[in-house]
Design a protein around this ligand. Structure first.
Ligand SMILES: *[C@@H]1O[C@H](CO)[C@@H](O)[C@H](O)[C@H]1NC(C)=O
Ligand SMILES: *[C@@H]1O[C@H](CO)[C@@H](O)[C@H](O)[C@H]1NC(C)=O
Ligand SMILES: *[C@@H]1O[C@H](CO)[C@@H](O)[C@H](O)[C@H]1NC(C)=O
Ligand SMILES: *[C@@H]1O[C@H](CO)[C@@H](O)[C@H](O)[C@H]1NC(C)=O
Ligand SMILES: *[C@@H]1O[C@H](CO)[C@@H](O)[C@H](O)[C@H]1NC(C)=O
Ligand SMILES: *[C@@H]1O[C@H](CO)[C@@H](O)[C@H](O)[C@H]1NC(C)=O
Length: 550
């Protein structure tokens, strides 16, 4: 997640790459062997036409949680439609934009599972922009006024967001289709979302299963946590092991120096990475772990941005690991520079690691800026966090995390090996909530996220009829999804599909290629299965519809 506007990017869904993620380990090998073979140039898309819907600002006027009524009862919520494949009477596929703008996901009306489903069933594709992202802001006056103040953010809750989906489906009138009643539950509405939007799809099926007919929750992060050390587990298991071991060993040595408060040694360590200016050792620890990533924010592509789709994501993680384990001896003298502080032990690959950070991360700090400022790698300027005029989505996502999902909060694994210094725990990240959202008149941020507001829908146990749950086996968010190793295994049925893409990352089924047969087999397989179970649901729609009215 981006906090610092110039530098840092979002984790949950790599915004910068349009959306996300990556190429599996296997796929990477194929690409290296024949880069042209897999690349399919995406068709040029004209600016998709954007429509607005009068959405209710507060769906829960009697809930004291929300304070006084909104200045305006409704706000304009954006949505994008593609009816290319639509035939009268067909189903509606709604993609929740989640923590991005609708435009940021517009290519998913052209390729990927939503487009493929629309094509297979004569359906219509719609992307609904999430409230507080893109240009869909409740309290329209806020852009010119006090911005995303704590008070103005008070309508941003999961409860309101999923109520938006149900209300939209029940009331929208689609331009050029005004003569048809396309609303739910008269028509089958099937919703899709990945990551946070995937969680919302699952929550919507629990809450509004009498309105929305079906949903595909892809890598739905249905489990809220405070602190999410598990983020690193899939990387430790699946990334190149020599790279993982080198970094873990370096982290162990660094933590020893931190625990023994060896200031001269730590100063030398920071200097080796070109980051001597950082005062808080945790800012240093976070910065040198940027190429690996974390649940919240980082400026470069990480494990999460690997994607099978050549039009998305980035292989930077592998470039980083190759650099760390390089056998080129140019930087190897550095490996013994701190040995005197660690009983003579060599810090294997320290020189390579430090050189990568110096070359690829440190220069992201704008020329002339202070390395220790919030503009660069410092995270201790409360005023900079409090800026309410960040409409990029970062501030909204941080707010959601601080209020209820906890998904920003970092904590290095304790009692096991770690890729991130154990000095980083949730007290480090919780300060960002306090600084970013000072108490308002009507709204205050809790001292700790109210996880129950998120987990009340069932968390890892959540399931429902016509709710498909698709996850990825190498996704760092796996432990927040229903295929978590700590989760509850359940049968995979057409009514309740439960499917893990073994080699898949974070909602890899969302992406697709125009030439479907060029998609890797494991992506074609999940897409075919999704089309199969959706068709089976649609066949039962008249029965469901009749049951509702009886
Ligand atoms: C709608 O989807 C079709 C099929 O993918 C594509 O050819 C067309 O350009 C899309 N229209 C818009 C406005 O995006
Ligand atoms: C209410 O909505 C109107 C029209 O959209 C807008 O001009 C006005 O600024 C809004 N008021 C506030 C307080 O946001
Ligand atoms: C080793 O790395 C240095 C510095 O990056 C480079 O100039 C040199 O060509 C490399 N040597 C080999 C054998 O790759
Ligand atoms: C380590 O300590 C020894 C003995 O004090 C000294 O000779 C050597 O220069 C030191 N090495 C480094 C890299 O500081
Ligand atoms: C803190 O951030 C504010 C706002 O970005 C900036 O004006 C101020 O100079 C910063 N203070 C320090 C000490 O860097
Ligand atoms: C689609 O991809 C398949 C498999 O890679 C390839 O054989 C075929 O030529 C491609 N078709 C087009 C129209 O590019």
């Amino acid at each position: 997640m981006r906090i610092r506007p110039t530098l840092v990017l979002l984790a949950l869904v790599g915004l910068v790459f349009g959306d996300d993620l990556s190429r599996s380990l296997l796929q990477r090998k194929l690409v290296t062997e024949d880069p042209k073979g897999l690349r399919v140039v995406s068709r040029q898309v004209g600016a998709p036409s954007s429509n607005t819907f009068n959405q209710i600002t507060n769906h829960f006027p009697n809930d004291p949680f929300y304070g006084p009524p909104p200045a305006n009862e409704t706000f304009l919520q954006n949505y994008i439609v593609n009816d290319t494949f639509y035939k009268a009477g067909g189903p509606i596929f709604l993609l929740d934009s989640g923590e991005t703008s609708a435009r940021g996901r517009s290519r998913f009306l052209l390729t990927g599972i939503v487009a493929e489903l629309a094509q297979a069933t004569n359906g219509m594709g719609i992307i609904l922009e999430h409230r507080y992202y893109g240009t869909s802001f409740p309290e329209p006056g806020l852009v010119s006024g006090e911005g995303l103040s704590t008070d103005n953010l008070r309508w941003l809750t999961t409860d309101q967001s999923i109520a938006d989906i149900a209300y939209f489906a029940q009331h929208v009138s689609i331009p050029s289709h005004e003569d048809e009643d396309l609303t739910a539950p008269g028509r089958p509405w099937i919703i899709y979302g990945g990551s946070l939007a995937g969680a919302e799809v699952a929550f919507t099926m629990r809450e509004y299963g009498d309105v929305i007919y079906g949903g595909i929750s892809s890598s739905g992060t249905v489990q809220a946590f405070k602190g999410y050390p598990q983020w690193y587990y899939t990387i430790q298991e699946n990334a190149p092991q020599d790279c993982v071991r080198s970094i873990e060993d370096i982290v162990d040595k660094m933590d020893l120096l931190i625990n023994t408060k060896n200031t001269p040694a730590l100063t030398e360590l920071k200097s080796i990475f070109g980051l001597k200016a950082l005062q808080d050792i945790r800012d240093f620890a976070l910065t040198i772990a940027f190429p690996i990533g974390n649940p919240m924010f980082y400026p470069t592509s990480t494990w999460q941005e690997l994607n099978w789709d050549p039009n998305a994501g980035s292989d930077d993680f592998f470039v980083f690991c190759d650099a760390v384990t390089s056998t080129n001896s140019t930087f190897s003298a550095v490996d013994s520079q701190l040995s005197n502080y660690t009983g003579g032990a060599i810090w294997k690959n320290l020189g390579n690691y430090a050189n990568y950070i110096k070359t690829n991360v440190v220069p992201l700090c704008p020329p002339g800026a202070d390395l220790d400022s919030n503009e660069c790698f410092g995270t201790h300027n409360a005023t900079a966090f409090a800026n309410p005029f960040d409409f990029s989505g970062n501030r909204a996502y941080l707010y959601q995390s601080c209020l209820e999902s906890g998904q920003w909060s970092q904590g290095a694994p304790l009692g096991r090996r770690s890729l991130l210094s154990r000095s980083i725990q949730t007290d480090y990240t919780q300060r960002w909530c306090e600084w970013s959202f000072p108490d308002g008149q009507f709204n205050t941020i809790p001292a700790s996220p109210i996880l129950e507001r998120w987990n009340k829908f069932g968390a890892l146990k959540l399931q429902a009829d016509r709710l498909a749950q698709v996850d990825g086996g190498i996704d760092p968010w796996q432990y927040a999804c229903v295929h978590s190793p700590d989760g509850f295994k359940r049968p995979n049925t057409l009514l309740r599909p439960y499917y893990e893409i073994k080699k898949g990352g974070h909602h890899w089924d969302e992406n697709g290629l125009l030439n479907i047969t060029a998609e890797p087999d494991f992506i074609q397989s999940i897409h075919k299965y999704e089309i199969k179970f959706v068709k089976s649901w649609l066949a039962d729609f008249p029965k469901w519809r009749a049951g509702l009215s009886s």
